[in-house]
Design a protein around this ligand. Structure first.
Ligand SMILES: *Cc1c(COP(=O)(O)O)cnc(C)c1O
Length: 388
């Protein structure tokens, strides 16, 4: 299908023309001296987005999942205990990855739609007097449920018992769209990727790594070669990569950072909040429920929405795609058939959001949902032109 409709899956996101053009380059020599001049400011710019001055930024040719793997294998050893709460498909997949690496994963089962359970973390960490738990793994923005967790509260839970575990945070679907403060929150490894808030094609894992995490490499014995932080840091310092870099993505990231800083990070976050609120107004007007249990957990990058009893959310997203050529996210895992997701992150305007709300609404009416045409759209319009 050849169309210019925006996409409403929660990543990969719409790629602005400016970034497509920036990536549209002939092969350049990555061993030439001027490659260093391209790479260094890109890494510095990413530090600003992560909110770190003391940490390092490390990029790999990989998707976000590769970033998870890099975080684990650089800092941990087989049999190490890690603590993680499962409250959606992405925290679930991170658990699976840890188990396959032979880590001993202590899992807190939470209902989907809840966020990181800081109080439970505090209890478990306080009871771990001999510090067997080496890392706490938290998904900042659970893309399956549209839930954003309070990482500051998690840090406070760790500090309340002075637990020395590393704090690793998946911020793939939140970075560059919602506030993130790596240094202030004491995050040791923050994992992100090129294809969500950075509005680029998939293919680069982008990590913020603290000095404490780098020090942990000394004793960490999980096998690593491609994802070795030390190799990458050494190569970056001499202006290159330990292997062939994803050049087009590095050029794209340079321009993406320009766009983010031109708009201003605070304005980027405010825009995401405003657009997300517009989507939530439509959900309210339809009379549907968000998966997120309470408003403090509402994600500004993705909304997971339950369809009414008796309807199949896959039929809805299929209808939107097949009839109107607009993609929405399906329900993942236990939410399959019960919920659909609207991604509202990256390169997005009020007009694009309205197009998305209008198209999913047409698909609902086609399938005899108990709503009227315009019900959600007008609520979003009222929010956008301040007539609520
Ligand atoms: C998209 C995403 C990932 C990364 O997935 P990849 O497909 O490997 O890029 C990881 N965590 C979350 C929360 C995500 O939304």
């Amino acid at each position: 299908m050849n169309n210019q409709n925006p996409i409403f899956i929660p990543g990969p996101t719409n790629i602005p023309d400016r970034l497509r053009n920036a990536m549209h380059i002939q092969t350049l020599d990555h061993r030439a001296a001027d490659f260093a001049e391209t790479l260094a400011p890109v890494l510095e710019g990413c530090k600003r987005v992560f909110g770190t001055q003391s940490g390092e930024v490390i990029t790999f040719p990989a998707s976000g999942t590769g970033g998870w793997e890099a975080a684990i294998c650089n800092t941990l050893s087989p049999g190490d205990q890690v603590l993680i709460a499962r409250y959606g498909m992405f925290s679930h997949r991170w658990i699976d990855l840890c188990q396959r690496h032979g880590l001993e994963v202590k899992i807190i089962e939470c209902s989907w739609g809840s966020g990181a359970p800081a109080a439970q973390f505090a209890e478990i960490l306080a009871a771990d007097k001999t510090h067997q738990i080496k890392a706490l793994l938290v998904t900042h923005n659970e893309t399956a449920t549209g839930v954003v967790s309070n990482i500051k509260a998690v840090r406070e839970a760790m500090d309340s018992c002075a637990h020395p575990a590393l704090l690793m945070v998946d911020c793939v679907s939140s970075l560059a769209s919602m506030p993130f403060a790596m240094d202030d929150w004491g995050v040791d490894i923050a994992v992100s990727g090129s294809q969500k808030g950075f509005m680029l094609t998939t293919g680069m894992a982008i990590l913020g790594v603290s000095q404490k995490a780098i020090a942990a490499m000394q004793s960490a014995t999980l096998a690593r070669t491609f994802f070795d932080f030390t190799d990458m840091l050494a190569a970056n310092r001499s202006g290159g990569y330990p292997y062939t870099p994803p050049l087009q993505l590095i050029y794209g990231l340079r321009e993406s950072l320009n766009m983010l800083f031109e708009e201003g990070l605070e304005n980027v976050y405010a825009r995401h909040h405003h657009l997300a609120q517009g989507v939530r107004e439509a959900v309210k007007a339809w009379g549907f429920e968000l998966c997120a249990h309470s408003s403090d957990l509402y994600s500004d990058t993705v909304s997971a929405i339950y369809v009414p009893e008796g309807f199949d959310s896959n039929a809805l997203t299929d209808r939107a795609y097949n009839r109107y050529s607009v993609s929405f996210g399906g329900g993942l895992g236990e939410m399959n058939t019960k919920a659909f997701r609207i991604g509202h992150l990256g390169s997005l305007t009020e007009v694009m959001v309205l197009a998305g709300i209008a198209s999913i609404e047409m698909a609902m009416v086609d399938l005899n949902y108990p709503i009227e045409l315009g019900q959600g759209v007008s609520a979003t319009q009222r929010h956008f032109c301040n007539k609520t």
